[in-house]
Design a protein around this ligand. Structure first.
Ligand code: ADP
Ligand code: MG
Length: 385
């Protein structure tokens, strides 16, 4: 039904029928937060909400883009791929710009209509979804030899070099390469990955959306990236060399403390180094089916992000505290960049309804805004519909 409607909108807008539809899922990160840009291990999975694009080719050099979410349409040409302030079209236009930089030059224009179930700016990575989606769709339509790994690398380049966020590779990688019912253990330094069946038995993974209005997320994110760069330089200079912060071990933290001689930087590094260890422990616990430990590690990750990395905030702290106090909840933590956005919780299937009711009520009583809670499937990554 939804498809029929959007196809009608497309035809009305562009006067031609849709030729192809592509879709990219959102993602969560189970554990390994803020360490992708520190060369660490992360453990994300896709979730079954999507951004879709409806596509047709043109005979001229015009690019017609429309987002039903933004209720905005723009027309550009292939000869002008300049950035437009902070406007949403920077994502698809930036993708074309990056494709060209990588030798994949588009010579005829197209129409592209986007529609998305992924909330924008909520930490479920609508940005990597629209980037992977645009690049994958154009690669298919223009017969470029680009596998899904390269899709993610070109998307990553776009977000860093064109859009201006110094992000790691995690979001682009999982949205491109995600596998149904699996989580992906990704080494962000080597860009190597393994899939692990994500089977929680009688437990369910819930996504908790704080609905906190977004503020300064990108600048705070870039600030953390910078702090880690500075810390790495100091540790290399005063202690020992390494390629990235995640090459240090928890047992080295005393030496690192001396090398840094700065409490804030020490706490940032403590988070990074301990979080990388937690990812390994989480993987082992998941493989063994030790869900109690899985939940405990989620909690520990959140506390480290709260106290040492300082990227949680009242909304994420409140929603995860409320979650932990509910019957049947094994653990909860923020997911994504933080400063608002979403959290995840693992809850016994028999307690899910009560959990939702209690957390939603407690949250709105405390913070005077509503949150949303939903269960999700784990689908494959970006694909043609
Ligand atoms: P997140 O990735 O957590 O959702 P970001 O700030 O990184 O948040 O990305 C959100 C931005 O991505 C939006 O403000 C918009 O510019 C762009 N975007 C994502 N999805 C869409 C869409 N469906 N239509 C238009 N713009 C989108
Ligand atoms: Mg994003």
């Amino acid at each position: 039904m939804e498809n029929i409607d959007v196809k009608d909108v497309f035809r009305q807008l562009y006067g031609v029928p849709v030729e192809a539809i592509y879709k990219a899922p959102a993602r969560i990160n189970l554990i390994g937060e803020h360490i992708d840009y520190n060369g660490g291990l992360v453990f994300p999975s896709t979730i079954g909400i999507y951004t879709k694009c409806y596509f047709s080719k043109r005979n001229d050099r015009e690019i017609h883009l429309c987002s039903l979410n933004k209720k905005k349409a723009v027309t550009r040409t292939l000869d002008d791929l300049t950035k437009n302030g902070n406007s949403w079209e920077n994502y698809p236009i930036g993708a074309i710009w990056s494709l060209a930089r990588n030798g994949f030059k588009i010579e005829t224009g197209f129409n592209m209509l986007f529609t998305s179930e992924i909330p924008m700016g909520s930490g479920l990575s609508s940005s990597a979804a629209i980037l992977d989606l645009t690049i994958y769709a154009l690669a298919c339509e223009y017969n470029f030899d680009i596998d899904k790994k390269l899709v993610s690398l070109i998307a990553w380049e776009t977000e860093n070099k064109y859009c201006g966020l110094s992000c790691g590779i995690m979001d682009q990688a999982i949205i491109a390469l995600g596998k149904k019912n699996h989580a992906m253990l990704l080494d962000c330094y080597k860009y190597k990955y393994d899939y692990f069946p994500f089977d929680l038995g009688d437990y369910r993974l819930l996504v908790l959306k704080t609905n906190k209005p977004r503020a300064l997320t990108d600048s705070k994110y870039n600030e953390r990236v910078k702090e880690c760069d500075i810390a790495l330089d100091l540790i290399k200079e005063n202690y020992r060399n390494a390629n990235n912060l995640c090459e240090y071990k928890v047992s080295e933290m005393d030496k690192i403390k001396n090398a840094l001689n700065n409490d804030t930087l020490y706490r940032r590094v403590l988070h990074v180094v301990s979080e990388n260890q937690r990812v390994n422990n989480f993987k082992d616990a998941l493989v063994k089916g030790d869900l109690e430990l899985v939940g405990k590690l989620l909690n520990e990750s959140h506390f480290s992000l709260k106290n040492n990395y300082e990227v949680t905030g009242t909304h994420l702290d409140t929603i995860t505290e409320l979650s932990r106090s509910q019957k049947g909840c094994l653990g909860a933590r923020m997911t994504g960049a933080g400063f608002g956005g979403c959290a995840i919780a693992i809850v016994h299937k028999d307690n899910v309804e009560e959990f939702k009711k209690n957390v939603m009520k407690g949250y709105s009583n405390t913070l005077k805004i509503e949150c949303e809670i939903f269960e999700c499937e784990i689908p494959d990554g970006v694909c043609k519909e």
